[in-house]
Unconditional design. Structure first.
Length: 414
């Protein structure tokens, strides 16, 4: 089938043509001309329970039957489903330009079926790395969380957004694992992570990463910065802007560290996994602790790596949530970890709004809230004019200390 004929049949726009054009011959060579296995009710029945959204089962299956049926004798639609799979998980393309209106209100169901197409690839990765199979199936809980997000902005209709499909290729490539409540992305130290030092007495010193823009209150800003952080070295001495355990930069101060007394927590060869907090389920502190402790052992046992710390940069760690939703699980999480400054997402000041509201094309105050989180974020936006991202770390050597007392209040900080 010619690309133009395919795009016309699926009512795709010019950006879809440009995305697929360099790969079209390869796609056609790889497609066997049949409806892919994942576009079937039996396949959906096999994997749907691992999404852990039983309340959505009846509605998802009802709508999926319609999508599957419409593909059975339609070459363009069958090919389209293969294109989503091959594009997202083999070519690693951002397939959001392939959103098609032909499915009507079930377009999110077509994307949901495509999201499950990667399961055999994730299972293959786990087998190759000697990782137990349940970690592959645990990854599907993230898809369940996306269904919840999708419903928020689609008249309560379940589905999945193509703009999120790319995330699963990290699981396919063995760069991301679901371990308990959290997912862990494998990489070296992120650029936003501060410089962290500790001496033999357990005293911690944290210097803001260079190039971060802070306002006069020590919060990361998108414009009109009060100061931009720098790092200066002079022999064994290193100087920068210190940060508090609450993740606030002390912008009117500098701190000089003597590296003969303080060791850097990180080495150039270290793997420093970062937490991704999937939606869908509640996030109790007990589940968070269990996940982080299991992650430390996971990396040691299966990937043969000792990790120095676990880090996280997320809209869930917005500093304002401690004030506007102090009793919530997100605020509790912040209070239990060592918070640090974090770079901002985009330029609109709506960090994380998509995950809380299902959309971010308008200010959060223009949407009718349907839960306590949305109400809290609206209050934050009214007060500050922006939604922020926050960040945190927990040193691996301190993971066993996590418990009922706040971790960050136990720290001795320079």
């Amino acid at each position: 089938m010619e690309l133009k004929k395919f795009c016309a049949a699926m009512e795709l726009q010019d950006d879809a043509v440009q995305l697929l054009k360099p790969h079209w011959e390869t796609i056609l060579e790889k497609w066997d001309g049949k409806l892919p296995e994942f576009v079937s009710e039996s396949y959906l029945k096999k994997y749907f329970p691992y999404l852990q959204i039983p309340s959505e089962e009846a509605e998802v299956f009802r709508r999926a039957q319609s999508v599957i049926g419409s593909c059975a004798d339609n070459e363009a639609r069958a090919l389209y489903m293969f294109v989503l799979y091959y594009g997202a998980f083999v070519l690693k393309l951002q397939v959001s330009p392939l959103q098609s209106p032909v499915w009507g209100e079930n377009e999110g169901i077509a994307a949901l079926l495509a999201s499950l197409s990667c399961v055999p690839l994730i299972e293959d990765n786990c087998r190759k790395n000697g990782v137990p199979e349940h970690y592959a199936l645990d990854a599907l809980q993230w898809i369940g969380g996306t269904v919840v997000i999708y419903k928020l902005s689609h008249n309560n209709i379940p589905g999945h957004s193509l703009k999120q499909l790319y995330w699963l290729h990290y699981h396919v490539d063995g760069e991301l694992y679901r371990i308990g409540r959290f997912e862990y992305l494998i990489h070296r130290l992120p650029e936003w992570c501060p410089l962290i030092f500790r001496n033999d007495d357990g005293v911690i010193a944290v210097l803001a990463a260079p190039g971060m823009k802070f306002d006069a209150n020590g919060l990361v800003t998108l414009k009109d910065e009060f100061v931009v952080s720098t790092i200066e070295e002079d022999g064994p001495f290193i100087t920068g802007i210190p940060c508090t355990v609450e993740g606030i930069a002390r912008v009117n101060e500098t701190l000089t560290i003597d590296r003969r007394e303080f060791r850097s927590v990180f080495s150039p060869w270290d793997i420093v996994p970062s937490i991704h907090i999937p939606g869908g389920l509640r996030m109790s502190w007990e589940d968070a602790v269990a996940s982080m402790k299991e992650a430390k052992e996971f990396f040691k046992r299966y990937l043969k790596r000792e990790i120095p710390a676990i880090v996280c940069g997320s809209w869930i760690l917005n500093p304002a949530l401690e004030r506007f939703a102090p009793k919530g699980n997100m605020a509790r999480f912040r209070k239990e970890v060592f918070c640090v400054p974090m770079i901002r997402w985009g330029d609109k000041g709506r960090d994380g709004m998509f995950f809380a509201f299902g959309r971010d094309d308008v200010p959060p105050t223009e949407i009718e809230p349907v839960n306590s989180l949305q109400k809290a974020l609206q209050e934050v936006y009214k007060a500050e004019g922006t939604l922020r991202t926050g960040a945190m770390f927990v040193l691996a050597e301190d993971l066993e200390k996590l418990g009922n007392m706040y971790y960050r209040t136990q720290q001795k900080v320079l």
